[in-house]
Ligand binder design. Sequence first.
Ligand code: SF4
Length: 488
Amino acid sequence: MTLVIDGHPFAYEMENLCRLFFPHGGIRTVREESGDGDQIYTGAERRADGILLSVRARLGASERGRKKLLPAGTEDRELERCMAVELWGMLADLSGVRPAWGVVTGVRPLKLFGRIARKRGEAGAAAYFREKLLVSPEKAELARMTWRNQRSLLAQARPDGFSLYVSIPFCPTRCAYCSFVSSSVEKAARLIPGYVELLCREIRRTGEITGGLGLKLQSVYFGGGTPTVLSADQLAEVIRTVRQSFDFTFCREFTVEAGRPDTVTIAKLAAMRVGGVTRISINPQTLNDDVLREIGRRHTTAQTLSAFALARRHGFGNINMDLIAGLPKDTPESFRNTIAGVTALSPESITVHTLALKRAARLNREGGSPGPQGAEAAGEMIAFADGALQERGYRPYYLYRQSRMLGNQENTGWAKPGFENLYNVFIMEECQSILACGAGAVTKLRDPGSDRIERIFNFKYPYEYISRFAEMMNRKDRVTEFYGTAGG
Ligand code: SF4
């Protein structure tokens, strides 16, 4: 399909909006209309009486169009919103689909909500979401609740604080929906010892830099990948290195993703307890074994339940569980069973994701897309989860969206009061620096005196990380330079 951008600079936003309605086809952006094929036109014409916005679509045999005249002095941001609203309205009429997040296409809707709430108050921001951005009442309310719950967490971000992210980009097998750089252990096992050694060097160097700058560590997060794919000794070594390299006086939490239940052992749980890990995440994704098989996760529901019980027996009083709505072969009924089974365990937090059909994922490459029925089912699952988790005392505290999410839904972190994870909020709302170590990790520096953000990228794949380690370590000097110029 062709998207025409005529007389305005909002190509990116218009393309994203089109993708909400046509998630599976390619979109080619051009500057001029042509006579053939499916085409969507968006134009802004500056005239003596104002700015005329026009949108029209020619899709197969259907044609539709809208126009709106705005005052001459309309600011670009408002112009963009109005054009998005017109385009969304036209495509919703044509397709009969009404994406629940309206014209909000960004990955951080809460940042936008917060910006509006600072001017109009919380109720005003919710009304703006509904009326000006066409967000459904349910999603506007979810945004309002999440924003309310995360405000006290955001307030804990110190101007001189930072979080540490440690990447272990290895997994037992590769999930069908995965688009991360994670390598399956079968293929990459021989790299792990060398990787751990260099990772510890990078952690020590990062500790020297942050210590020299007087930065205060507030949270630690081991992700990946599956950090518990490491042996108990390797895991203990990385945790010990973190402990020795940073001052923990201001650190409130230490999370390790023990993502795959089949990687959880007594020895690893003990290593984490001894190392002062305060929160782990055991991620079933679903409690339906057929679905687990379909998505290539080589574990069973029974293993999830026993890993959870084992972690509880070893003193872990703060456990998160991740779920995914919209997985292939899953149904609303089986998803409801998953929610019932997981909430019966009463983990302190539950993160409900919506399946995102990333280009690099096997599921997408092999044409396993669940299609429109799958999108509808995902919407039903998410709506059910939102209600069921609230009934059981969980509150939403962070929320984000990704491109190509099934049914244009969202990912929401739910927690019992007092068990919200600071790291998740800090990274999502970009309110403090994240120093990141390991392959695929991205350090994100945030100037405490302004909104300036700078990223430092580590090499993506473990083999590159190992072979070009010295080069990557040199990039770390940028942290000191950044803070040298920070402050406004
Ligand atoms: S556990 Fe996560 S990182 Fe590992 S393969 Fe699955 S989706 Fe990818």
